[in-house]
Design a protein around this ligand. Structure first.
Ligand code: NAP
Length: 487
């Protein structure tokens, strides 16, 4: 096998728009720069789509829908399986691409390649298990046939933090269900999605089933598609404010919507917790993806009897992390995505400190090229600190204390968000009663990661609607039709 280099991987990615099975330049020839967040250097340029390109992509998806819905589920399953095998075989290439455009370490990017590929394997297995129901009406007069059919052309908008997996967990079930799609990756990380689309074409995905539009004019290119009556579904992963605006636009055509939005995850450590496990879990829940994950632990609530020990141990682990370009040997933490993100992390930290928090380790942005920030632990965070309400999206762990279980639950639920909560305890009854009381779509018990293609990922409240993965994932791409039959 040829060796994988940064240049060879970038060269191998198509840089155009994928519309109707053809790679083409943007209407007007616009180009969009893709930067390396570790250096600020431009990696390459991709097509910068106009609204006319967006329309052409939806034309292609709408034209392909009829025939695609009628393909054999087994064929769609085999295609997904082949794509899973190929991503797995080419994991190093995908990992390098993700590290270059997004910043996380190669080890983390390899983890995302494996996680992202798993959605294709999972949904290849689900594709042939879609079923309906046959029943007799209570009055005995008619029969009720309940069937599932693909929703239809779907628009998928994905964020920069997981450039591959946020795509595969939408594309996998859409292929399995028989929906065509237009995908718009984040403008900061389009390369992984373009490489994925190329791979899917190579696996035999028919023209028009998957169309990819990269653009720096997201609003102008997406809104006309969302308001187009041919579109039947919008699935979005990104921030809550953008998700809110898109739901309003989606109301015009009464689209099916799935929204995977922001989080503000609480991380509860009870007095009886296994502290080794709690600190390991905290490192994962906080530092996975440089803290730039919707699932990132945002607020640590630790029982007052173990708070000092937990905070010191967490600070020692955080303080030992080495930051640097994610491609470099021995690096644990990559850069934040851009200057704006780093300014936000700095402002939240400064606000917490001004209101009384103490810095146990870190506490500063790092000088030099790239948008690095020191892994940081704060203790004594006060109730009025902004960090309690806002998503940090960076490597900062704010710790507060609690006394009773009721207080821990109240603090955990005191947010508009409801994506994921983590809790550490050895007491089974406490684990279950607290899990039931948490107003979250997901709960991690004695574990710092909940993401799993076989589980329904998603939130409640301002964290979104709908689920991705698990048995629920394919339902988001299926309509239920009932046929009443008089005998
Ligand atoms: P974002 O700013 O909301 O962007 C997400 C996507 O929406 C990007 O593709 C972006 O394109 C696009 N977009 C922005 N404005 C738009 C508009 N007016 N119309 C149509 N599309 C628009 O979010 P982000 O900063 O990329 O991602 C971080 C957020 O995602 C965090 O809040 C995180 O919690 C959330 N997230 C949630 C989940 C989950 O499963 N719940 C998973 C991952 C991330 P551009 O790139 O061109 O701006």
């Amino acid at each position: 096998m040829e060796s994988v280099t940064e240049q060879s991987v970038i060269d191998s990615v198509p840089k155009g728009l994928l519309i109707g099975g053809e790679w083409r330049d943007a209407d007007g020839g616009g180009k969009l720069a893709v930067d390396d967040p570790a250096t600020g250097a431009v990696l390459t340029y991709v097509a910068d789509a106009s609204p006319a390109d967006g329309r052409a992509a939806l034309d292609a998806a709408a034209a392909a829908q009829h025939d695609w819905a009628r393909t054999a589920p087994r064929d769609r399953a085999e295609l997904l399986r082949a794509a899973y095998e190929q991503i797995t075989a080419r994991a190093d290439e995908f990992a390098l691409l993700m590290t270059m455009e997004m910043g996380k370490t190669l080890a983390e990017s390899r983890g995302e390649a494996a996680y992202g590929a798993e959605f294709f394997r999972w949904f290849s297995e689900e594709a042939v298990r879609v079923s309906g129901r046959w029943s007799t009406a209570p009055n005995g007069a008619t029969r009720l046939l309940t069937m599932k059919q693909p929703v239809g052309p779907t628009l998928m908008i994905t964020p920069w933090n997981f450039p591959l997996a946020m795509g595969t967990r939408k594309i996998g079930p859409a292929i399995a269900a028989g929906c065509t799609m237009v995908v718009k990756p984040a403008s900061q990380t389009p390369l992984s999605m373009l490489a994925l689309a190329d791979l899917l074409q190579g696996c035999g995905l028919p023209p028009g089933v998957l169309n990819v539009v990269t653009t720096s004019h997201s609003g102008a290119v997406m809104e006309p598609l969302i308001r187009d009556p041919r579109l039947r579904k919008l699935t979005f992963t990104g921030s809550t404010p953008v998700g809110r605006a898109l739901m309003e636009q989606a109301s015009e055509q009464i689209l099916r919507v799935s929204m995977e939005l922001g989080g503000n995850a609480p991380f509860l450590v009870f007095a009886d917790a296994d502290l080794d496990k709690a600190v390991d879990g905290a490192m994962l829940a906080k530092m996975r993806n440089i803290g730039e994950a919707c699932t990132a632990a945002n607020r640590f609530y630790v029982h007052e009897s173990v708070a000092a020990e937990f905070s010191e141990r967490l600070a020692a682990r955080m303080g030992a992390l080495r930051w640097g370009r994610g491609t470099d040997e021995g690096v644990d933490v990559g850069p934040l995505i851009d200057e704006k993100s780093r300014e936000k992390v700095t402002a939240l930290l400064d606000d917490a400190v001004a209101k009384g928090a103490r810095v146990l380790t870190g506490g500063q942005p790092v000088d030099g090229p790239g948008w690095f920030f020191q892994p940081t632990v704060l203790s004594g965070v006060t109730a009025d600190a902004d960090v309690n309400r806002e998503e940090i999206f960076g490597p900062v762990a704010p710790v507060r204390t609690f006394v009773t279980d009721e207080e821990a639950i109240r603090l955990a639920n005191d947010t508009e968000y409801g994506l994921v909560a983590y809790l550490f305890t050895r007491d089974l009854t406490r684990a279950l009663t607290v899990s039931e009381a948490l107003e979250y779509g997901m709960v991690g018990v004695n574990q710092g990661v909940v993401s799993n293609p076989a589980a329904p990922f998603g939130g409640v409240k301002a964290s979104g609607v709908g689920r991705e993965g698990g048995a629920e994932g394919i339902e988001e791409y299926l309509e239920t039709k009932y046929v009443g039959i008089a005998l």
